[in-house]
Ligand binder design. Structure first.
Ligand SMILES: *[C@@H]1O[C@H](CO)[C@@H](O)[C@H](O)[C@H]1NC(C)=O
Length: 528
């Protein structure tokens, strides 16, 4: 039973990868770093080909996460190739993402086992149920955001802190040190904001007497200096700039210079009023209940809550900056739900409580299905380039320009299946057909038409007629790619359901909501 529950965590994470295999712009740095390491190798002579020298982004990011992912993906790729599963580079992207999804799911499964030890099996079952039925964490767990690399060690730290018998008041000093070491590594190498979780934890450990200043300092120094040496060596090498500490550079740029505010500023309460409810869905109120009734939950959640308060001080807010607190909040929610379900005042109240928890889970599922459907339809770039690759699979010497929108919505390096690097992971080795995928930025429709080397375009549709932007004398429209553009409620269908005054009519509400799509990209071919 327990392994079945853990398997469902893995299954849900993998299902999201397979349903939406393409990537978005936020993932591209780490995805391309993984791509380059896998396909070019990491020798100095290979570095010239790396994507980040052409598209460096606003601040340098660490290669450590991507290198670890490339390294753990390699045996999976060799095995897949042995069984003949790999047919092109997009398959490599899917395997990379599946590997990350499985690793993160395993860390959640470890956490679930420890929840089972501390709070009992039913609570751990509810924890898994909330985790699987939410949207953001499972959907993003297999996506190469630095935050999703950081999620894994943070989960391990939480597991270490929680790993004790139901009544043990405090964690052993050794486990506290393990948690501090992992969080230090994460903050120094992967995501600096995790320091906001580490510092409250250290204070909690000192004040509650879990360890003492001298030992905490020693652990922090060893883990901190070791991690610093790692990131300095790896990132100075890959960025060819000595010395480079990406997370410090990021802090300097985003916090000290305040550049992150350029991406938008939200009020102080946004994490509590918008992002956490969105991440947790119906587990949010249940987490508050768990917090109220169990001191063990309060002890676990204290650093997480301090972290969210601390990071609320930064103007620019995104859900992914606080995603690490989702597992502990889900533990709190599971505890709250468990308490509700064991209300045995009367059979009626007991049944009502079970119904309420089931309703919460059903609500999560409903929201997640809607959000997943919208997200799956939201990768026009990935779809366009795949369609393009299929249409022209037998052509040689194609030179296609990829618009910014296409590159940002799924046309990753892995999708450039007909161009080098054509890798030995896939056998029989693919042939070089002289294709060029060109991502040069800042070209106007006019530039594109005048540059005769472009034989095809994957161009951004601007909501107009295509030949108003690209003359039909020069180009032929081959395909239009649509993508998600909102939901539409059919009011007359809703009225009809209301008029029926039948509860079962509610089931037909599904038909009253339909997905709207709009043209996003054009595939164009140069005439004659
Ligand atoms: C990509 O397009 C740009 C702009 O036309 C051009 O300068 C560049 O040489 C092209 N890249 C390749 C590899 O042909």
């Amino acid at each position: 039973m327990a392994s079945l529950v853990d398997l469902s965590l893995v299954g849900v994470a993998c299902a999201h990868v397979l349903l939406a295999p393409y990537s978005k712009v936020e993932e591209s740095f780490s995805l391309h770093a993984t791509h380059d390491a896998l396909l070019y190798g990491v020798r100095p002579s290979s570095l010239l080909n790396y994507d980040h020298f052409v598209f460096p982004g606003a601040v340098p990011r660490s290669f450590v996460g991507s290198m670890l992912l490339a390294w753990s993906t390699t045996p999976v790729l060799r095995l897949s190739n042995f069984f003949g599963i790999l047919s092109n580079k997009l398959d490599l992207q899917i395997i990379c993402r599946l590997t990350l999804a499985v690793l993160n799911a395993i860390s959640l499964a470890v956490l679930r086992r420890i929840v089972s030890k501390r709070f009992g099996f039913p609570t751990s079952l509810l924890f898994a149920l909330f985790t699987c039925t939410q949207f953001h964490l499972p959907f993003w767990m297999g996506r190469t955001l630095p935050n999703m690399f950081a999620l894994l060690p943070v989960n391990i730290a939480h597991a270490a802190l929680l790993n004790r018998t139901p009544s043990a008041l405090k964690p052993s000093a050794r486990k506290v040190h393990v948690a501090i070491a992992w969080l230090t590594f994460t903050a120094v190498v992967l995501r600096a904001e995790v320091a906001g979780l580490l510092i409250p934890l250290i204070l909690q450990a000192l004040i509650a007497g879990w360890s003492d200043m001298r030992r905490v300092f020693k652990v922090g120094m060893i883990a901190g200096l070791g991690s610093l040496a790692l990131t300095l060596i790896v990132d100075s090498y890959f960025w060819q700039s000595v010395p480079l500490w990406p997370e410090l550079a990021g802090l300097y740029f985003n916090v000290y210079q305040g550049k992150s505010a350029d991406w938008g500023v939200s009020p102080f309460h946004t994490y509590f009023t918008a992002h956490l409810p969105k991440l947790l869905l119906s587990a949010f109120p249940l987490a508050l209940l768990g917090l109220a009734i169990d001191h063990r939950v309060r002890q676990l959640l204290l650093p997480s809550i301090c972290f969210v308060f601390l990071i609320s001080g930064l103007g620019h807010k995104e859900w992914r900056f606080v995603v690490y607190v989702v597992p502990p909040f889900n533990i709190a929610a599971a505890r709250g739900a468990r308490a509700l379900m064991s209300l045995r005042k009367s059979a009626f109240i007991g049944r009502l409580a079970v119904l309420a928890v089931a309703g919460c889970v059903a609500l999560n599922v409903l929201i997640t299905v809607m959000l997943s459907r919208a997200s799956i339809a939201n990768y026009p770039g990935g779809e366009a380039i795949s369609v393009f690759n299929d249409i022209y699979a037998n052509r040689t010497n194609v030179h296609v320009h990829i618009s910014n929108l296409a590159a940002q919505t799924g046309a990753s390096l892995f999708t450039q299946v007909h161009a080098p690097p054509l890798h030995g992971f896939i056998s029989p080795r693919l042939q070089d057909k002289g294709w060029v995928y060109n991502k040069t930025e800042g070209l106007t429709p006019r530039d594109l038409s005048d540059s005769k080397h472009f034989t095809h375009l994957i161009a951004e549709s601007s909501g107009q007629d295509w030949n108003a932007v690209y003359s039909s004398r020069s180009w032929t429209l081959v395909r239009t790619i649509e993508a998600f553009d909102g939901w539409k409620l059919d009011r007359s269908a809703v009225q009809a359901i209301k008029d029926e005054k039948d509860v079962m009519g509610l089931l037909r509400l599904r038909d009253a909501i339909s997905m709207q799509k709009a043209d996003k990209l054009w595939i164009l071919e140069r005439n004659g």
